[in-house]
Structures are given as structure tokens and as C-alpha cells.
Design a binder for this molecule. Structure first.
Ligand SMILES: Cc1cc2nc3c(=O)[nH]c(=O)nc-3n(C[C@H](O)[C@H](O)[C@H](O)COP(=O)(O)OP(=O)(O)OC[C@H]3O[C@@H](n4cnc5c(N)ncnc54)[C@H](O)[C@@H]3O)c2cc1C
Length: 527
């Protein structure tokens, strides 16, 4: 009998979508060896995600690919407006103006802000970065069939779809970034909670060089189309040139040619080439658990959101970044025994919030009236286009409120809430993403954090951080001390000492060097 072929790796990532690729980059930058398997032959040819959130762009900045992403496709001079119209050549009912990258200039809340870079352009940039990392091995046309785990390892059955040959991959950890179908989630028997399918939508992906000049509305990012009854569809400019996607919000009996929708959207005939028509289920789902022993799930495998909030990939990539440093810490022995459990503890509530916000924004769009009442409402001064999108500032405001590894102080006994996050654009408190501040031309405080723990001594000398650094060294926790003097940081961060985690969230803060630094170091690494 021929011997069964097997390989060994630290982390097996299942799925080469944006979440799996982001996890590969984060782990690869930390020197962790990974195999990423993807059943497709290459990148997706039909875009789903069209907008990278500001927080995801901050990660791209850390990975050194932000300029590529921003320059990939969308012109820096095209405005990013939301237009509400009866059809593209019909009456414009309302417009939410959002300036072009060039006009909006520097933002207060993020060094990056959102970026129009649909998945067909974004995924290849991520894959190129992941492929450039020596410890990352990406294998297309490889499919996970099943896996088993014990207390020491994962044993995964993988099939090479080109040759049909099977392979066993033994790994310390497996992460299912395998989308809504979730082979890993299913293997773990993790159930989904939520409202389930909230609409049957249809995407029509098409090419038309004529469409941009067919009408008088100019370039915008979204054109929302209002008929006699409701807002029935949304047109997105995919490349800001000739690629477009029309999403019909709800149609139980989809026109699979897409033609009737395109005619209605344009309000007249025009020339186009349909590339793809896909009916799909708009869902509201949250996995009951995000891990079991050595197996984890992330991205659409863990939650499924209506795309109306722009939160799907956003949430998944934040999960990948949260998980990566915890896996590194555990593999290298400086992470405590509870550290990996905090992945679910921190990310599941955030995912829950993403699913809720997404369904809310879909319901708000679905509740828009037909054109007559829309006109009336606008005429009477009612701003009916408010609250239809999730502001990027709110997306960026991530806070792990109940985390046992973020040490809350006396100022933060109040539970984090979205209303609070809405009024104060950036909040420095344990659990929250450390706020952005410009420190000089083009440089953000976020650029100083690196991939491990950073103790900021704000308006204080570096030597005040020494006791904590010593404690970190004793526990082999990668750690740096950074003395910084900047009035804007003092105002926003409020405390003199702020400990920032490897994923850019605040772990601890105080006005004095801690009396018992070991205790803090042990707690923030889950010991
Ligand atoms: C119309 C639409 C618009 C959207 N717009 C936005 C937006 O603007 N912003 C945003 O943040 N999000 C948006 N989203 C959501 C976003 O597209 C998803 O959240 C994101 O793609 C999820 O990434 P993922 O890597 O988790 O999963 P996926 O992108 O689904 O990738 C999973 C991968 O796993 C592979 N796979 C599955 N099973 C196996 C197996 N057994 N073995 C090997 N490989 C396997 C699949 O082939 C797939 O490539 C949108 C979604 C839709 C539908």
C-alpha cells in the first residue's frame, strides 16, 4: 500500500477570499508558517464587496499596500455621492454629496477613510502581498473535505482539484475563512442564529462604456433608483469607467437575463454587455460560536450581513487581525492559556452589531417611499436620506467592551454604546481602537504602533515606561516604549500612559506607571 502523503504547518487557512488572505498577511508578517487553500482556480471575476472600510484601509496601510488599493481603479477626482433618482436618465430626487478623495483631503478620524476598490481588484492585491511573504503558501484548486482535531493538532483532508489527489495536512490550528458555506463551521457543528434570509436580491454585473455619459448626473458611487412604490435597486460604478453592477433589492422571481432591470434602471435603451446575473440571498446570521478548541471561523463563515452597511468584509478582516496576534502569541509561548478564547469574546459582539446595523440599514432603504412621496418629503424639508448608510466613523469605532484582556479603569464603568460612539467620533478607552491623530505631514500615530505591544508615554519620558517594559521582557512579550509629545494626542488620549495591543486596540491606560506591571502584562496576554 502506498504511504499516505501528509504535510505539517502551523496554521491551515481555508478560503482565499479577503478574510483568509488578510489572515495570511497578518500571520506571514509575524513569521508564522501557513498554508492557505482555496477551491477556486484564482480570484473572483464577479465583484461582491465594492468599498473597503476606513478601518480595513488602516490595515492595508500597515501592510504597505494602501496606495495600490486606492489607486487600483477609482479616479481620485470622481465624487463619491449617493444619488436618488427615478432612473439614470430620469429625475434626480436627492443627492448626498461625498467629495472625491482629492477634495476630501485629510480626515480627522482616520489616516485613510473608505476606498472604492471592488473585490475583483482588491483580492489580487491582497494575494500579491500574501505571496510575497516567505512563510505563506497559497494553493488554489485545493479543497478542504473534512478535518479532525485532538488536543495537539488538526488533521485535515484536502483534495487537489486538478489532480484529484488527496493530502493530509496536519496543523496546530485551522481557520475557516471559507465564506457562508463554511466547511469548517459545519465540521464543528456550529449553528447560526439570526433572521435568516431577509430578501432575494439580484446582481447584474455588466459592461457599458456608454452609460456614464447617457445621463446628466455625473459620476457618483451609488445611484439609488426609486419607482412608484419604493427604492427598488442600486447601481454601483465598479471601476469608474465602464464596469457597473446593478443590485435589485428584492425580487422573488428574478429576470435571469437582467435585461428588464437594466432598461428600467437607465430609463431608455443603451448598449451593454451582461457579464453575470446572480440571484442571491441577503442574510442576517451570526454563528453561535467562533471556535472550538484548535479550530476557528472568521468572516462570512462567522457572520453574514446585508451589504447595505458596508460591514461584511470590514468585520471579517477585523476578525482576522484580532486572531492573528493571538495565534502568534500562543504558538510562541508568550500568550496565556485564555488568550485564544478571547477571540470569540471580543469579536462575536462586534459581529452581532455589524449584522444588526446592516439589517437596519437595509430595512431603512426598503422603507423609502415611491417617487411621489419621496418628492413630497424632500419638499417639506424632511431629510429622508439620513440613516441609510452606516457612517465610516461608526464602523471604525470598534470596542471590545467585555474583554477580559482589556483592563477597564474607573472612568470606563459605562458600557460602550453606539449612541456614544456616534457623538464622539474617536474614543480612547480600554478595548477601543486607539484613535488616529496626525503627528506630522502624512504621518499618523497609528503608523507608530507596529505589530506588537506599544506603551505610549504621552508627555512623559521613556524611562517612565521601563518597569512595564521589564515586566514584558520577563514574560517574553514583544513590547516597545514610545515617548511622545503632541498636544492633540494629549487631548484625545486623555491619559499619560496608554498600552496599545498588536491589533491597534487599547489594552490598558493610566495616569501613572502601574504599581504592579506584571499583573497588567499577564492579564493583557490572557495568562
Ligand atoms: C453584493 C455585495 C456587496 C458587498 N459589498 C461590501 C462592501 O462594500 N464592503 C464590505 O465590507 N463588504 C461587502 N460585502 C460583503 C463581502 O463581500 C463579504 O463579507 C466578504 O467577501 C467575505 O469574505 P470572506 O473571505 O469571509 O468570504 P468569501 O469572500 O466568500 O471567501 C470564501 C472563500 O472560501 C473558499 N472556500 C469555501 N469552501 C472551501 C473549501 N472547502 N476549501 C477551500 N476553499 C473553500 C471559497 O471558494 C471562497 O473563495 C458585499 C457582499 C455582497 C454580496
Amino acid at each position: 500500500m502506498p504511504k499516505k502523503k501528509f504535510e505539517q504547518v502551523s496554521v491551515l487557512i481555508v478560503g482565499g477570499g479577503p478574510v483568509g488572505l488578510s489572515l495570511a498577511i497578518e500571520l506571514g508578517l509575524r513569521g508564522i508558517d501557513c498554508i492557505l487553500i482555496e477551491q477556486r482556480g484564482g480570484h473572483p471575476e464577479v465583484p461582491r464587496m465594492s468599498q473597503v472600510s476606513g478601518r480595513n484601509m488602516e490595515f492595508c496601510r500597515r501592510w504597505g499596500i494602501e496606495k495600490k488599493v486606492r489607486g487600483a481603479v477609482w479616479s481620485s477626482t470622481h465624487p463619491l455621492d449617493f444619488v436618488y433618482a427615478t432612473s439614470l436618465t430620469g429625475e434626480e430626487l436627492a443627492r448626498v454629496k461625498i467629495p472625491s478623495y482629492q477634495k476630501r483631503g485629510k480626515l480627522d478620524y482616520s489616516p485613510e477613510g473608505t476606498c472604492a476598490c471592488p473585490q475583483i481588484f482588491f483580492d489580487p492585491i491582497l494575494a500579491e502581498k500574501a505571496n510575497s511573504l516567505p512563510k505563506i503558501n497559497i494553493r488554489y484548486k485545493n479543497q478542504l473535505k473534512s478535518f479532525e482535531q485532538d488536543n495537539r493538532k488538526i488533521s485535515a483532508q484536502v483534495v487537489d482539484l486538478n489532480s484529484g489527489k488527496s493530502l493530509v495536512i496536519n496543523a496546530k490550528y485551522i481557520v475557516g475563512c471559507d465564506g457562508s458555506g463554511g466547511t469548517v463551521r459545519e465540521g464543528l457543528n456550529i449553528l447560526l442564529d439570526g433572521l435568516g434570509t431577509i430578501a432575494t436580491s439580484v446582481n447584474i454585473f455588466f459592461r457599458s462604456s456608454e452609460l456614464a455619459t447617457l445621463h446628466d448626473k455625473g459620476w457618483a458611487r451609488f445611484y439609488r433608483l426609486i419607482d412608484e412604490q419604493k427604492c427598488w435597486a442600486e447601481l454601483i460604478a465598479i471601476d469608474g469607467k465602464e464596469l457597473w453592477r446593478l443590485t435589485v433589492f428584492n425580487d422573488q422571481t428574478p429576470d435571469k437575463t437582467g435585461r428588464s432591470y437594466l432598461q428600467k434602471m437607465a430609463g431608455q435603451d443603451f448598449s451593454y454587455e451582461v457579464i453575470d446575473v446572480s440571484p442571491w440571498e441577503r442574510r442576517d446570521y451570526l454563528a453561535q460560536s467562533f471556535h472550538s478548541n484548535r479550530a476557528f471561523i472568521a468572516g462570512d463563515a462567522a457572520q453574514q450581513c446585508s451589504p447595505t452597511g458596508g460591514l461584511g468584509m470590514h468585520t471579517g478582516v477585523c476578525e482576522a487581525v484580532n486572531l492573528a496576534w493571538k495565534i502568534e502569541a500562543t504558538l510562541q509561548g508568550w500568550g496565556g492559556t485564555k488568550l485564544l478564547d478571547t477571540y470569540e469574546e471580543e469579536c462575536q459582539p462586534i459581529a452581532n452589531r455589524s449584522v444588526e446595523l446592516s439589517t437596519d440599514s437595509f430595512n431603512a432603504i426598503a422603507a423609502l417611499p415611491g417617487d411621489k412621496d419621496f418628492r413630497k418629503a424632500i419638499k417639506s424639508g424632511k431629510d429622508i436620506t439620513r440613516g441609510l448608510a452606516v457612517p465610516d466613523e461608526l464602523r471604525t469605532q470598534l470596542c471590545f467592551d467585555n474583554s477580559q484582556i482589556c483592563i477597564r479603569d474607573e472612568d470606563h464603568t459605562k458600557k460602550w454604546d453606539n449612541a456614544l460612539a456616534n457623538t464622539e467620533i474617536q474614543l480612547a478607552r480600554p478595548g477601543a481602537r486607539a484613535p488616529h491623530v496626525w503627528i506630522n505631514e502624512g504621518k499618523s500615530i497609528l503608523d507608530l504602533f507596529g505589530t506588537h505591544f506599544t506603551l505610549l508615554c504621552i508627555g512623559k519620558p521613556e524611562k517612565d515606561g521601563e518597569t512595564m517594559e521589564l515586566a514584558a521582557t520577563r514574560y517574553r512579550v514583544p513590547f516597545k516604549v514610545l515617548a511622545i509629545n503632541n498636544p492633540n494626542i494629549t487631548v484625545l488620549y486623555k491619559k499619560n500612559f496608554v498600552l496599545v495591543r498588536p491589533d491597534g486596540h487599547i489594552a490598558w491606560q493610566g495616569n501613572h506607571p502601574p504599581q504592579a506591571p506584571e499583573k497588567i502584562i499577564k492579564q493583557v496576554v490572557g495568562a
